[in-house]
Design a protein around this ligand. Sequence first.
Ligand code: NAD
Length: 499
Amino acid sequence: MREIGHFIGGEHVAGTSGRVADVFNPATGEVEAQVTLASKAELDAAIENAKAAQPAWGATNPQKRARVMMKFVDLLHRDMDKLAEALSREHGKTLPDAKGDIIRGLEVAEFCIGAPHLLKGEFTEGAGPGIDMHSVRQPLGVVAGITPFNFPAMIPMWKFCPAVACGNAFILKPSERDPSVPIMLAELMLEAGLPAGVLNVVNGDKEAVDGILDHPDIMAVGFVGSTAIAEYVYSRGCAAGKRVQCFGGAKNHMLIMPDADMDQAVDALVGAGYGAAGERCMAVSVAVPVGEGTADKLMEKLTPRVENLKIAPYTAGNDADFGPLVTRDAYARVKGYVDKGVEEGATLAVDGRNFSMQGYENGFFIGACLFDNVTRDMTIYKEEIFGPVLSVVRAKTYEEGLDLAMSHEYGNGVAIFTRDGDTARDFAARINIGMVGVNVPIPVPLAYYTFGGWKRSGFGDLNQHGPDAFRFYTRTKTITSRWPSGIKEGAEFVIPTMN
Ligand code: NAD
């Protein structure tokens, strides 16, 4: 059995805790490998390595640090197929989608090549008599990232690329469900010229997470995962005095206005609702057609499209729409939600529960499911399902549809499909959700903007990637200087002002 350990101080390190977790191939349902789950002692060893490596790395000029990112981007291109294969094997997503996962991380690495510019401070000459003032951005020291299973390449890169480009050392605690790719990424950073110990990967579960949250030498923690754990990490990390940002779950709505191009809206819904088997925090899981006529037209076009979605293991070629769910537990949870939806009275227009993948009967495949007549009080509307299940909630008016999205506890992404500029503008201005698409179903901002949800989808005050990442992973120091020629004789007892 393949053993997946840690990557500490530039070396592969076997686990010593004696605790392991199974890593599955979701397509076959077989155990692929075992990942070691770190104890506090192993985490401490990684932090000691990071502490030893950080001062020299932080003092390395930003252009040299940027060159490491540049080389890393080249290496990602070189190893794209290998990385995508490893990613699909443990996650289950199709190979083209796995490449998308890697490329969305690579684009953040490209953004980080701009570190010398992004880290520039400010300077005021003559801020007072003979006084100059300037500010600098300095790295925090040792920082950590805790990441989810659904983007095992992209989200680790969203975390460690800006952190190390800013001069920090990093401890990555990836998901224990698909741990191979994060280690491969750390190997590539080493090959790109990152000094050993600057980027460490510690595999583990709650014990490793708690160790990170309580450790006095970790200055900041970036987390992505489910909301319950995001809230836990945020409160425990903040209580320990750290800078913390946590990104949680989602329930993304897509409003379809009566004037929308219905074919485009249906294309958007099948891609955004069922791609990656719905295991995306920006997946559309609620479609809100406005007006009975729009709803009927939508269901008429959408139902056959959902019935005919192509499901396959990643090895079957590139034309599948989606693959299996990540684990047997995920399968049971998603199926349980569909059962619950039926029980609560929603209309199950497409029932994928009995789907079986020929030749892969033990895989974690579930067919696409589509619910109509879903209402606000139903569990399948209130909770995140994280599977290939789309709920249609019929709204009578635009105001009702807007209120629906605004009243939901999650606020990650939202979209509106319309040809009307006034409606689109009003929607974008009033909606209380972090990322908004106008005729764009998955409005994930590009690397040079920032990514973050509102309400119970995001905790903390800075977003991921873009300029916010450089703010999160640095702290500002402001220096006021005056030289002897500018100093008046005598002590001053009144607070200096600019009067
Ligand atoms: P998860 O919350 O189960 O796990 C996330 C991380 O937390 C993992 O590293 C895991 O090991 C750790 N963890 C799990 N249980 C823990 C516990 N009890 N105590 C401490 N740490 C614990 O999430 P997941 O299932 O891996 O990922 C799916 C979730 O992530 C979905 O809710 C999805 O919406 C969300 N997500 C959000 C974003 C975003 O940017 N908002 C992006 C991707 C995924």
